[in-house]
Design a protein around this ligand. Structure first.
Ligand code: FAD
Length: 530
């Protein structure tokens, strides 16, 4: 028996037109539930629908197509897209770099240097770390950059914070413990200096979690800092895409998947599902008037679209794991590309800036030195992205351009004599997960209580240890592996683990774990608020 579960407010097609689905019973294996192979030998090709053609959805489609599944990928736009702006690909993005090798493309610049700016001007200049001798983590990250104004005494106040880094080992226990406090509280608790926090840690938090430290979970912050900065000095190194990711990576990737049999359906979003009432499995995806029979469904749309789906779906609302997602918050982003009439010397291609107004962090890139297309421009092309930018959303393009130019002058005086001759503004409301304290307990894993529904995206909980695009890509492969496991058919995708802890960190973490175990044996240890 099938019934329709509306996904969104769009008109829902009747369930009767759904082609009859093949009845399957389901049996559990370990924690997962597997579809029983159809009787009589050779497995028929299973159909998998994937919604969302970003890093996560493409990754899932990629592996499942290679395993011989009949995959349909639904995209909200005319082609695969990712969120706004131009992006960095960091040294530990091993899975994405391996994908790029597999596709045989060269989309990246060389290793790029970055600078941090505070409202007072240049705060930190970063070198390419893997060109420097490797120091035991995390000393390289504090020894090699140039800090024009930050005294050594401020930098030394980072040392006590390292005990939190040792304690936060990316386990569920660690996430629950540190997710109850803000990043700012954590740095305050460990005696971090005001200037070190403002000039180094806060811009890093803005650039990776898109919100100020007082509004970010300490768990997400320590996890992020460990991954990008503190675990291995070269993890701070990055390359940039030499043009939009859509053109340089997604387009050739999609082409290669279509050649392998992927069915790509552009400008089409699932509006409804058909559910098998007996098994509570998804049996079809309905997009307006069209019905697509499916044996499994990977949802990789990003958090905000998924929340809209839940708000319009009585079926999903009947399950707490989905209603819990409505507690999660998202962040508005505004980006603006500016063409200036004259050449301005921008020392570093990527520039991360702490909040100039205590409202929104921002970042700017010198596209003239990054994009192949702009290298011959007579003037300068800059892209600025503003995070937590709800207050900028209602401004008109001219006002946003004026705001961006004013901030650029604050960082690089040469902009004073340059005039904006063209601008392109993009407003992206609710485009990134806001890792607020307390979010972790509401977040979902890749598997759900619906046996053949899998979720992927950079905002879900997994244990890989990566962040951002690399995490999105990894969760897509994980969703593909869950699908393979569910059908019991095909090989698992190889997921490259993040590089292990350096030996001294491993030893300290072992000692810390033992100390934590001992603490639990002290009488009344759970009496006090943890
Ligand atoms: C401002 C900003 C800057 C960033 N910079 C970096 C960076 O420098 N480096 C880095 O590694 N990461 C960066 N990130 C993070 C990175 O962009 C994300 O980690 C990544 O895009 C997440 O991929 P995803 O596939 O999970 O989701 P998304 O990229 O959100 O992809 C979801 C896809 O689903 C589509 N979709 C939405 N609704 C539906 C629907 N109902 N049906 C079908 N499709 C739908 C969307 O159009 C989109 O194509 C940045 C993020 C932001 C917001």
């Amino acid at each position: 028996m099938c019934w329709c579960a509306a996904l969104s407010a769009a008109p829902v097609a009747g369930g009767q037109r759904t082609p009859p689905f093949s009845r399957r019973s389901h049996r559990r294996r370990g924690n997962s539930i597997r579809a029983e192979a159809p009787p009589g030998g050779e497995a028929q090709r299973k159909k998998v629908a994937v919604a969302g053609a970003g890093w996560a959805g493409l990754a899932a489609a990629h592996h499942l197509v290679k395993q011989g599944y009949e995959v349909t990928l639904f995209a909200a736009d005319s082609g695969p897209t990712e969120e706004v702006g131009l992006r960095g690909f960091w040294y530990p993005y091993r899975n994405i770099f391996s994908l790029v090798d597999e596709l045989g493309i060269s989309p990246f610049t060389g290793w790029t240097k970055a600078a941090y700016y505070s409202p007072q001007g240049l705060a930190v200049e970063f070198p390419v770390f893997h060109d420097q001798p490797r120091l035991p983590a995390p000393f390289g990250i504090f020894a090699y950059p140039e800090f024009p104004g930050l005294p050594l005494i401020d930098r030394l106040t980072s040392i006590p914070v390292l005990s939190a880094v040792i304690d936060f080992d990316n386990t569920d226990t660690a996430w629950r413990k540190y997710d109850t406090m803000t990043a700012r509280e954590l740095f305050k608790m460990f005696g971090c200096s005001q200037r070190l926090y403002k000039e180094v840690f806060e811009p890093a938090i803005w650039a990776s979690l898109f919100a100020p430290g007082e509004e970010c979970s300490a768990a997400a912050t320590v996890g992020m800092l460990y991954y990008y900065m503190l675990s291995h000095q070269e993890n701070s190194d990055f390359v940039l895409c030499r043009r939009e990711v859509e053109d340089k990576i997604f387009s050739p990737w999609l082409k290669s998947l279509e050649l392998k049999g992927l069915r790509f359906i552009a400008n089409t979003v699932p509006t409804s599902l058909t559910i098998n009432k007996d098994t509570e499995c998804i049996s079809g995806v309905i997009c307006g008037e069209e019905v697509y029979d499916t044996d499994a469904f990977v949802l990789a749309t990003g958090l905000s679209p998924l929340q809209s789906i839940i708000r319009n779906s009585p079926f999903l609302q009947s399950r707490q794991e989905f209603t819990d997602l409505l507690y999660l918050s998202t962040i508005d982003v505004v980006s603006v590309k500016l063409w200036f009439d004259k050449k301005v010397t921008i020392p570093k291609a990527a520039n991360i800036c702490s909040s100039f107004d205590d409202l929104s962090g921002w970042i700017f890139f010198d596209l003239t030195s990054v994009y192949d297309d702009y290298c011959d421009e007579p003037g300068t092309v800059v892209e600025a992205e503003f995070y937590n930018a709800s207050h900028l959303l209602p401004l008109n393009d001219q006002q946003i351009s004026t705001e961006a130019s004013g901030r650029l002058i604050n960082c690089i005086r040469d902009f004073e004599g340059a005039t904006v001759i063209q601008q392109c503004v993009r407003r992206s409301p609710r485009s990134a997960m806001h890792f607020l304290p307390g979010s972790y307990k509401h977040t979902v894993r890749g598997t759900t209580s619906i046996p053949n529904l899998f979720i992927a995206g950079d905002w879900i909980v997994n244990r890989h240890g990566s962040f951002s695009k690399e995490k999105a890509y990894v969760t897509g492969l994980e969703a593909a592996n869950m699908t393979v496991d569910y059908f019991g058919n095909g090989d698992f995708a190889k997921i490259i683990a993040v590089e292990g802890d350096e030996p001294h960190i491993e030893t300290l973490r072992d000692l810390n774990r033992r100390a934590n175990e001992l603490k639990t044996q002290i009488p009344f240890s759970d009496f006090f608020l943890q």
